[in-house]
Design a protein around this ligand. Structure first.
Ligand code: 4AD
Length: 474
């Protein structure tokens, strides 16, 4: 009864409080500060209330005792309510720990937005036992968690570090369109939509646009969403993903692989050198070690041999691409042959056995996109391309890149071979007409890279609001 009558007021005789974000509190030790955030954790111990406050920049332990702990609001406070707290910032007592090594001794506070208790309480909607489809529906609440938010913070640092690595190599950032009328990686995975009565697609890759920037801006990169209508329910496929792509002029295939390797190693090193991001990597992936250079390089033909030497087979398919089954209904397994696509399962087993980043290069033209430059090869075997995939342990392919056809006639022949109408590609073809050059580039799947760096089971954890077949909410 008594407690309901206590109404707190801020004491005007105390020193003025400095408004601050939790992440910026370190230099304010001993001072009176004002912080606002969400009640992340809540504990009542011998009439002292401990709040762990969260504001996105960090966590702060706040101690409410005496008068401030005996209000009605204090007794009915719930997790995830928003509060404003004012008090003196002090080092934690000897032998105790708290985030940042300090705690706020509160002299005034108020509730800004009370979260419900009872059936609607946060922990009743979402907890460790929630099944994956509930977690997907409640992604907006999941991201308030320590792990999910750490992944998103690391993602932001990763993008920033990539940008620094690319700008340091004289690449300029551009922003290509998402709504397009050309395909890059094959018609099967295009999302089609009506564009003022004309057919259009959501972009699969910004590569063709980056190529047009070379004569204007020099080497370029972009960080853009790509869209793939892939009916793959795997842990590395999204329908929308963040695609980091770069294009470089006057380079060789070897230069391209060296560049990819250098950008990745510099980006990771920068993250490990910054204490704020090193701590996130440590939290999410305690055993992480930076990869060493040079990366292993394995030609497609050698990879096929490696798979056969290690007894890694694939499902046999008939001429129509259907899996051949034995009498018991199990898929028939066969050795790999030169010309076969290396499927995801085989690729991942190989990377996991090797345990280091691997460049697979020189894929047959038959298996790859129309724009890829052919490799000069002697002797028998399929026509191969100057193409490379970078595979990482635990995730598989994170980068796909290649040198591009620079000769106009070769490109026109490639359209024809692939059954592509050259008309909508006039602007891409023009690159070979008005001053062509040897060039190449790559695309890196940001969620896959992050899954590798942060040791996440699926790319779905590495996207803010992941999209996969059947899922576009929230
Ligand atoms: O190998 P991809 O299809 O290559 C391209 O799109 C080239 N045009 C890029 C270029 O040269 N500029 O895709 C590149 C990378 C893959 O290695 C993978 O990391 C990622 O994009 N990726 C996906 N990530 C998540 N979900 C999907 N469905 C993805 N498809 C590709």
């Amino acid at each position: 009864e008594e407690s309901k009558k206590v109404v707190l007021e801020e004491d005007p005789s105390l020193p003025k409080a400095v408004k601050a974000k939790i992440g910026n509190l370190a230099p304010l030790s001993g001072q009176r500060v004002r912080v606002s955030g969400w009640v992340h954790r809540l504990r009542d111990q011998n009439k002292i209330i401990f709040i762990v406050l969260r504001d996105g920049t960090g966590y702060l332990q706040c101690v409410l005792s005496g008068r401030v702990a005996h209000t009605y609001e204090a007794l009915t406070l719930t997790l995830e309510s928003t509060v404003e707290l004012v008090g003196t910032l002090q080092p934690v007592p000897d032998g105790k720990t708290a985030p940042g090594g300090h705690e706020l001794i509160v002299d005034y506070w108020r509730v800004l937005g009370a979260a419900p208790g009872g059936d609607e309480a946060f922990t009743n909607r979402l907890n460790e036992k929630s099944d994956p489809s509930i977690l997907a529906d409640l992604r907006h609440l999941v991201i308030r968690g320590e792990i999910a938010s750490a992944v998103l913070k690391l993602r932001a640092a990763l993008l920033s570090s990539f940008r620094t690595s690319l700008v340091a190599r004289d690449l300029l950032e551009v922003t290509p369109p998402c709504m397009v009328q050309t395909q890059v990686e094959g018609g099967a995975t295009l999302f089609k939509f009506d564009y003022y009565g004309q057919p259009a697609f959501l972009t699969q890759s910004s590569q063709l646009y980056l190529e047009t920037c070379l004569p204007s801006l020099g080497d370029v990169f972009c960080v853009q969403e790509s869209f793939r209508a892939e009916n793959s329910h795997t842990r590395r496929h999204l329908s929308e993903y963040t695609h980091l792509e770069a294009e470089l002029a006057f380079i060789t295939f070897d230069d391209l692989m060296n560049h990819i390797e250098g950008v990745i190693c510099d980006t990771v090193e920068r993250l490990l050198a910054d204490p704020a991001t090193a701590v996130l990597i440590k939290q999410l992936n305690p055993n992480f070690t930076a990869p060493s250079r040079p990366f292993l390089r394995l030609s497609y033909v050698d990879a096929i041999k490696w798979l056969n030497d290690h007894g890694i087979q694939h499902e046999a398919e008939d001429a129509k691409g259907n899996v051949i089954k034995d009498e018991a209904g199990n898929p028939k397994m066969v050795n790999h042959a030169v010309g076969d696509d290396i499927a995801e399962a085989a690729e991942r087993r190989m990377t996991d056995i090797l345990g280091v980043p691997v460049f697979l290069y020189g894929f047959p033209a038959e298996l790859k996109a129309f724009y890829m430059k052919k490799m000069q090869t002697e002797g028998e075997g399929p026509v191969c391309t100057e193409s490379c995939d970078l595979l990482m342990p635990g995730v598989g392919e994170i980068v796909g890149g290649s040198m591009r056809i620079s000769d106009i006639n070769e490109l026109l022949a490639a359209y024809k071979r692939e059954g592509i109408d050259p008309a909508p590609y006039y602007w891409f073809t023009d690159q070979r007409k008005y001053g062509t050059c040897e060039h190449g580039g790559y695309g890196l799947g940001v969620e896959r890279f992050l899954a590798w760096l942060a040791n996440r089971y699926t790319v779905r954890e590495c996207s803010l609001y992941p999209r996969w077949p059947g899922r576009a909410t929230p």
